[in-house]
Write a protein that binds this ligand. Sequence first.
Ligand code: NAD
Ligand code: AHE
Ligand code: ZN
Length: 375
Amino acid sequence: TAGKVITCKAAVAWGAGKDLVIEDVQVDPPKAGEVRVKILATGVCHTDAYTLSGADPEGVFPCILGHEGGGIVESIGEGVTSVKPGDHVIPLYTPECRECLFCKSGKTNLCVKVRATQGRGLMPDETVRFHCKGQPVFHFMGCSTFSEYTVVCEISLAKVNPVAPLDTVCLLGCGVTTGYGAAVKTAGVEPGSTCAVFGLGAVGLAVIMGCKEAGAKQIIAVDINNSKKEWAEKFGATDFVNPKDHPDKKVQEVIVGMTGWGVDYSFECIGNTEVMRAALECCHRGWGVSVVIGVAASGKEIATRPFQLVTGRVWKGTAFGGIKGRTEVPELVEKYLQKKLMVDEFITHKFNLKDVNVAFHKMHDGEAVRSIVYF
Ligand code: NAD
Ligand code: AHE
Ligand code: ZN
């Protein structure tokens, strides 16, 4: 198949707010610096639903969504040296070129090498590798894992231990890594800390897992869906708060009431700007740190009294948990293989690609933590 166009199945998002349609798509061979990957499985993340909804200012249609995949290298383009056909890989929406200003800084994982074209649904040469019915189809987040075959940049691939099941470790391509990294890396939770985690999807549950590993003594899990209580406890939460049970109080007041002065660390894993405010305001006077993980719709802004910051609270954010993908995702896979990191535990549903829309519905109705879609 190397060097030839491959026709395969993919879920195409034809427009905002529309169900995905399973189509035969043509996938071009990889150009220089690119790799064609056979995707075996992919998770469905809330960000896929966010872009499909039309709220993402970078959303372009038609496109192939999906950014939480696992696959095997089918062929490589000119000059590619870090992976070869047969290698097991996890596509990275936050690549790691190791040579841009950002990669070299050591301060961030936000590589900029291909970010501009990636945000417009294009490969670095400003063209696409997907066609459907003779029409070009855009890429998504440099990954497009809702396709049996995809083309990504070499710098957007983490090469992982082939012993690891790809239909599980694909979740390290986004949700699990993001939440875990937000706790242990972005926040740097210390032993004995108190934490509050808002939103208990895969991202929030992975934050709880990271807080527990870091030795937090109290982890307050917050969700409007009571069925998430048991899930939160499974990953290490010590308390559960449903804001709906406190109609006369702001949730930040409830949490400050439970802790004395507020929590050392809080995390927003929903994408709701009101909750982002609550997460900041439930932080400890003098040093509490709040980490924004959730992605809010175009036009939304966060607000609080500046006094909250004057009195020592810190507002931060994180993309992919601050994890450098090519270096650290393979390490997380090893940690999983050593049974020191939960991943299987996040999976609640498995669907064949033809049922990908059901996976979106199960996420929206709160039934699924993570659905895996396989080909
Ligand atoms: P999810 O849909 O699986 O989970 C969201 C949870 O939030 C649900 O349990 C829901 O009941 C809860 N919730 C909704 N409104 C709430 C409210 N007002 N108060 C309390 N709980 C509420 O989502 P996910 O896949 O875990 O993703 C979570 C968020 O993180 C999304 O915004 C997603 O786009 C974002 N995200 C960001 C990054 C990043 O790198 N920054 C990575 C992955 C996901
Ligand atoms: N196009 C979106 C960007 C949304 C966003 O912040 N995405 C996160 C990853 S979410 C994964 O589920 C991210 O990595 N951000 C850093 C970046 O460079 O995009 C919008 O709203 O504009
Ligand atoms: Zn995601």
